[in-house]
Design a binder for this molecule. Structure first.
Ligand SMILES: [Zn+2]
Length: 420
């Protein structure tokens, strides 16, 4: 058994990218059989497919490399199998062909988000396990999970996995999950996600003739709220513009729909004020925000009952862990895993961005942070434009290969760390 060559590693990545695991019909079973087949070429790496849905249409692949000390917590390296859809007509190359351009770019949906890391984990483990010069003997057990449905909220994937007995038995002590590309030389690390809220506010009022001026019409009430929400949005955005906070560190509020008016054959009835009006907002909460405060703001200012308004908040994920603490993993010396990770990246000759970041969107890491398990988001893509969910998503071959080296160092360090 020898370690993978450059070309073999690229072939593995391309083969995985060529399986269409985009929603709405991700081909999970082909992906699982490809990954299982690859895993079987790695000495001591055990594979099992888990199911958490009744008709077994959303499999989860769990690979395990046993460590020598089973009393220590294990390491989990996570990635998701699925991806968002791709508008084929807007791509320069078919999104599931994994076109390999002469300049080294590999174009495919999932090239950055996040099939690259799934294959990099495996390549790194394979290199460590088969190259005896490394003398690689993990003390902690290393698990690699390939989960379904991250791009549709993770509810049938990671959310169910973390609640399972299978997960509890893993005794996970530290998790690495996906991050994002870095346009510069330094890699990025993410220590928290923002949590999405879908907020709908609704106003009711007396209907009336379009010519009449009167108080408390539904639209007047709704527009008062929209004005107030816009002011709040501005206050948050001003902090970003002034350089006082990153985009992902403030509460973002963006209007996504307005619904009002009485339909007519030509469009809307123009001489009638409607009795109902509604607006929807995408709200993103950083873990540092106080959810109680925002809930109060919504009920007292944005949709107060005394202005004939009601509201609905759909929280799309947790904001606090099971202990009630903010959902974040400390990126400083108070967290020993942070130091191990940082040193391992530096030992591979690479650099980390001086400041760890909050991710603007969400990942499955939030479910593990909710269990109180420290989790960082990290995808080793440097000098790479951020193209996740974009047309012409690509990754350069050499960047992918450097990432494997970095994971070798990280996996070696994490699995041999006996402090925590
Ligand atoms: Zn992703």
């Amino acid at each position: 058994m020898k370690k993978s060559s450059f070309q073999e590693s690229i072939n593995h990545l391309r083969a995985y990218l060529q399986i269409n695991t985009a929603h709405p019909h991700p081909d999970y079973s082909s992906a699982i059989s490809l990954l299982t087949n690859f895993a079987s070429s790695v000495p001591n790496l055990k594979a099992q497919t888990l199911h958490f849905t009744p008709n077994k249409t959303k499999p989860l692949l769990l690979l395990t490399l046993p460590g020598s000390n089973s009393s220590l917590t294990s390491i989990l390296l996570n990635s998701h199998i699925d991806s968002v859809p791709a508008e084929t007509s807007k791509w320069s190359h078919p999104p599931f062909s994994a076109h390999y351009a002469p300049d080294g770019k590999i174009f495919a949906r999932g090239a950055q988000d996040d099939k690259c890391i799934g294959i990099q984990y495996l390549e790194a483990i394979k290199n460590l396990a088969t190259n005896q010069e490394h003398g690689f003997k993990p003390v902690r057990t290393v698990h690699v999970s390939f989960v379904p449905d991250e791009e549709v909220g993770g509810f049938d994937g990671m959310a169910k996995f973390v609640e399972s007995n299978e997960f509890k038995e893993l005794n996970v002590g530290f998790v690495l999950d996906e991050g994002q590309a870095s346009p510069v030389e330094e890699y990025r690390v993410f220590y928290a996600d923002r949590s999405p809220w879908h907020v709908v506010i609704k106003a009711v009022g007396e209907p009336g003739h379009g010519a009449r001026m009167y108080d408390n019409s539904a639209l007047e009430n709704l527009m008062k709220s929209v004005e107030m929400i816009s002011k709040f949005r501005e206050s948050q955005f001003d902090m970003v513009k002034a350089g006082l906070a990153a985009n992902s560190e403030v509460i973002s509020v963006n209007p996504v729909y307005l619904k009002a008016g009485i339909a007519s054959t030509e469009g809307f009835v123009m001489n009638m004020q409607p009795s109902e009006a509604e607006a929807g907002f995408d709200v993103r909460m950083p873990p540092t925000a106080d959810p109680e405060l925002v809930r109060r703001k919504i009920s007292q200012e944005w949709a107060p009952a005394w202005r004939n308004m009601s509201y609905q908040i759909t929280e799309k994920g947790p904001l606090r862990d099971y202990m009630g603490k903010p959902l974040l993993t400390h990126p400083d010396e108070s967290n020993p895993w942070w130091s191990v990770l940082k040193q391992a990246i530096e030992a591979a000759g690479e650099k980390l961005n001086a400041k760890a970041e909050i991710l603007g969107s969400t990942t499955d890491a939030r479910f593990m942070r909710q269990m109180g398990i420290p989790a960082f988001g990290f995808s080793p893509m440097k000098n790479t434009p951020i193209l996740l969910h974009d047309h012409d998503e690509f990754l350069v071959d050499t960047v992918f290969m450097e990432g494997i080296k970095v994971y070798e160092s990280i996996i070696k360090s994490l699995s041999s760390y006996i402090g925590a």
